[in-house]
Design a protein around this ligand. Structure first.
Ligand code: NIG
Ligand code: FE
Length: 411
C-alpha cells in the first residue's frame, strides 16, 4: 500500500542549517530551521515556522539547537591497504625524505608488498575500521582508490574490497582505479612497459567488471610522466570513465595541464601548480583537490596557489588523502581545521571543500548541499558558530550522521 506523505516524512527541528548552497547567505545559513526527508531525499527545508502542515505529523527529531551541514564527502582516499608504515614515519623523523624512501624501494612499494600478501577479508576488515573513524567525523560519501596492488589480480582485489565497503547502506563509496600509482618491482626501470599493462589488460578487466567509477594516476618524477599518463587517459576516456590526477605534489611536472586536456574531474595535491596550470584547470571546469594532511605529514613548505585558484574561480575541494604513508588521517573534520590553519582557506571555503566542491570533484550532482531534491545525507555538529568547525583541533564535534534520510550514528 502506498504510504501517505505524512507517515514516511522525517523532520529535523531545532536546528541551524548550513546549506552550503551557492548564491545564498554565507554558509547558506538558516537559523531556527527545519528540514524534511522522504524516501532518502530532501523534500523541504527552511525556517521551522514555515513548515508546511502536510509534514507536521511526520516523525520529528529534535537537534537540540545543533548545526546541520550536508554529510561530508571525502573525495580522495587510499583507505584499502595492507601493513603499516609506522617505521617509515620514524625514519622520516630522522631526516630521510619521502622521495628518498620511495627510491630505496620503500614508501608506496612497501605497502604494495603488504597489500599483495593480504586477502580480501583482512583488507576489508582493516579498511572498515578506518572507514568507521571517517564516518564519525561526519562523512557519508568516500572515494577509495586502488594503487597498492600494481598487478592485475591485486588491483582487482583492492577494487572489489572498495566496492564491498560500499554495500553498507551507511556510506556511499566511489571507487577509483589507480593502477598507475607507482612502477612495481617486476617493471623496475620500465615505466612504459608497466603502463602498457595498466592501459591494456588491467583497464579492460576493471571496465569489464565495472569496478571503477574513475581512473587516476600519479604524475611525478618518482612515478609517471605526463606522456605516460596521457596514454592511460586516452584509453580511460574511450572506455567512458572520467579521469583525475595526483599532480604537482612534489614538483611542477605539468600534470594539471595534461589533466585539463582530458577534462579531468580534478587535479589533486597541487602545491607546485603554476598560473598556466590554474588557467587551464579553470577552462576545463576542473576542481582543485587540496590535501592538507599530506602537506602536514611530509612537512612540505610550498603552499598551493590559493590566490590564483580564487582569481580564476577554480572550485577548491579538501580531502583526507587517507593513506599509510603521506597522510595517515582518519578525520575529515580535522582537515577542515588544517585547510584553514595550514592552507589559509576561510572556514567557509574549507567547509565548501568537504561538501559542495567535494561532490563536484567526484562528478556527483545529487549531494554536497542541503537543497530540495538532493540526498538526505546530513552531519550534525555541537557548535554555536559555523567557524568552530575550522577552529576546533581534533576532538569530535559531530553528534549525529544521517544517510539517505536514516540516522546511522548518534552520540
Ligand atoms: O596521495 N602521492 C601519491 N600517493 C599518495 C601517497 C601514497 C603512499 O605514500 O602510500 C598520496 O599522497
Ligand atoms: Fe593520494
Amino acid at each position: 500500500m502506498p504510504q501517505s506523505p505524512k507517515t514516511d516524512a522525517r523532520i529535523w527541528t531545532d536546528v541551524t542549517l548550513l546549506t552550503m548552497a551557492t548564491g545564498d547567505a554565507p554558509y547558506g545559513l538558516i537559523e531556527e530551521g527545519a528540514i524534511v526527508a522522504k524516501e532518502g531525499r530532501i523534500v523541504w527545508l527552511g525556517q521551522a515556522t514555515d513548515l508546511p502542515t502536510a509534514y507536521c505529523d511526520g516523525e520529528k527529531i529534535s537537534c537540540d539547537g545543533h548545526f546541520m551541514t550536508p554529510g561530508l564527502i571525502d573525495c580522495h582516499t587510499h583507505l584499502v591497504f595492507g601493513g603499516s608504515r609506522v617505521a617509515e614515519f620514524e625514519q622520516r623523523l630522522t631526516g630521510v625524505s619521502y622521495e628518498e624512501i620511495a627510491r630505496q624501494g620503500g614508501g608506496i612499494l612497501s605497502t604494495v608488498r603488504a597489500t599483495r600478501d593480504a586477502d580480501e577479508i583482512s583488507l576489508k576488515a582493516s579498511a572498515t575500521k578506518r572507514l568507521r573513524q571517517l564516518q564519525r567525523s561526519g562523512v557519508t560519501t568516500v572515494e577509495i582508490k586502488s594503487g597498492y596492488g600494481l598487478d592485475l589480480d591485486n588491483e582487482l582485489k583492492m577494487l572489489r574490497v572498495a566496492r564491498a565497503l560500499g554495500e553498507n547502506p551507511a556510506i556511499d563509496v566511489f571507487t577509483t582505479f589507480l593502477g598507475a600509482h607507482a612502477v612495481p618491482p617486476e617493471f623496475k626501470g620500465d615505466a612504459d612497459g608497466y603502463m602498457d599493462l595498466v592501459c591494456g589488460e588491467m583497464l579492460t578487466a576493471v571496465v569489464r567488471e565495472n569496478l571503477a567509477d574513475a581512473v587516476d594516476a600519479f604524475c611525478e618524477n618518482i612515478a609517471f610522466s605526463p606522456d605516460q599518463v596521457a596514454r592511460l587517459f586516452t584509453k580511460a576516456r574511450k572506455a567512458g570513465l572520467p579521469v583525475k590526477l595526483h599532480a604537482e605534489q612534489l614538483t611542477n611536472s605539468g600534470g594539471a595541464k595534461l589533466a585539463a586536456r582530458y577534462q579531468a574531474l580534478s587535479a589533486d595535491h597541487l602545491e607546485h601548480l603554476d598560473e598556466e596550470g590554474v588557467k587551464q584547470m579553470a577552462a576545463a571546469g576542473m576542481v582543485a583537490v587540496l590535501l592538507p594532511g599530506a602537506f602536514y605529514t611530509l612537512r612540505e613548505e610550498k603552499l598551493p596557489p590559493m590566490e590564483l585558484l580564487r582569481k580564476y574561480q577554480v572550485p577548491i575541494a579538501v580531502a583526507s588523502d587517507s593513506n599509510p604513508g603521506s597522510s595517515p588521517v582518519l578525520s575529515l573534520a580535522l582537515m577542515i581545521n588544517m585547510a584553514s590553519t595550514v592552507f589559509r582557506l576561510t572556514p567557509e571555503e574549507a567547509l565548501a571543500g568537504v561538501t559542495r566542491c567535494a561532490a563536484q570533484a567526484l562528478g556527483l550532482q545529487d549531494r554536497g548541499q542541503l537543497v530540495v531534491g538532493l540526498k538526505a545525507d546530513f552531519a550534525l555538529w555541537d557548535i554555536s558558530h559555523p567557524a568552530e568547525l575550522a577552529y576546533q583541533v581534533g576532538g569530535t564535534l559531530c553528534t549525529s550522521v544521517v544517510k539517505d534520510g536514516r540516522v546511522i550514528l548518534t552520540g
